[in-house]
Design a protein around this ligand. Structure first.
Ligand SMILES: [Mg+2]
Ligand SMILES: [Zn+2]
Length: 211
């Protein structure tokens, strides 16, 4: 099998143990699941969904916001994975339809220098707003952050866990899928490898000499 030129990775529910966006809405945006359901069913776009959900965020103080971000946990083997990928000279990029600030703060906590592309969550004077710098009209899935347009390499690996990964998953040469993305790939005959943690991914990359 040919070597991979680059690795692209989802953030929420993939690098993080829980989906940090959904858990945040669960705490501070009552009724966030109503539009979430419409998005998962394909009735509204992720961009529309995010605008509705961010509009539901209520009564969040700066301290609660900071405390929440500090509580975001990552996969036990993600740091090993970053070292492994770096030692093989492979470029790693995070593509997320979640919030840039969550990613920035988590990367800072672990002193990680990994490029990331995500939606822009703004929190000022107690009010939230969201911007979509990577929205692309041509995206099959009308994702807020279109992952499929960000990839330039011919041979790339993608790692993800859910609905925000659908526009890119079937285009990856090597796909690692967990949770809902794993289920979706099985149902739709998309070639993938199932993973539970980044330990499995390191092992599979190593076994098949992909990097
Ligand atoms: Mg995810
Ligand atoms: Zn797309």
């Amino acid at each position: 099998m040919k070597k991979i030129e680059a690795i692209y990775c989802d953030f929420d529910g993939t690098i993080t143990k829980e989906d940090s966006v959904n858990s945040f809405f669960e705490m501070y945006a009552p009724n966030w699941t109503e539009s979430e359901k419409l998005w998962v069913e394909g009735k509204i776009s992720s961009k529309e969904n995010a605008i509705i959900q961010v509009g539901l965020l209520k009564n969040v103080s700066q301290k609660q916001f900071d405390d929440y971000i500090n509580s975001i946990e990552i996969d036990d083997y993600f740091l090993d994975f970053v070292d492994y990928v770096k030692s093989h000279g492979i470029k790693l990029t995070i593509l997320s339809d979640g919030f840039d600030i969550f990613i920035k703060k988590v990367l800072e906590r672990y002193n990680l220098d990994i490029p990331y592309f995500a939606n822009k969550l703004i929190f000022e004077n107690g009010k939230f707003d969201i911007k979509f710098p990577y929205y692309n009209d041509k995206c099959d899935k009308k994702a807020g952050m279109c992952k499929c347009q960000k990839v330039k390499e011919k041979s790339f690996c993608y790692i993800g866990d859910g609905t925000s990964d659908l526009c890119i998953a079937s285009k990856a040469d090597v796909l690692f899928a967990s949770k809902n993305l794993h289920k979706y790939c099985k149902e739709n005959n998309i070639k993938h490898s199932h993973f539970k943690s980044f330990r499995n991914i390191i092992d599979m990359l190593e076994e098949d000499s992909l990097v």
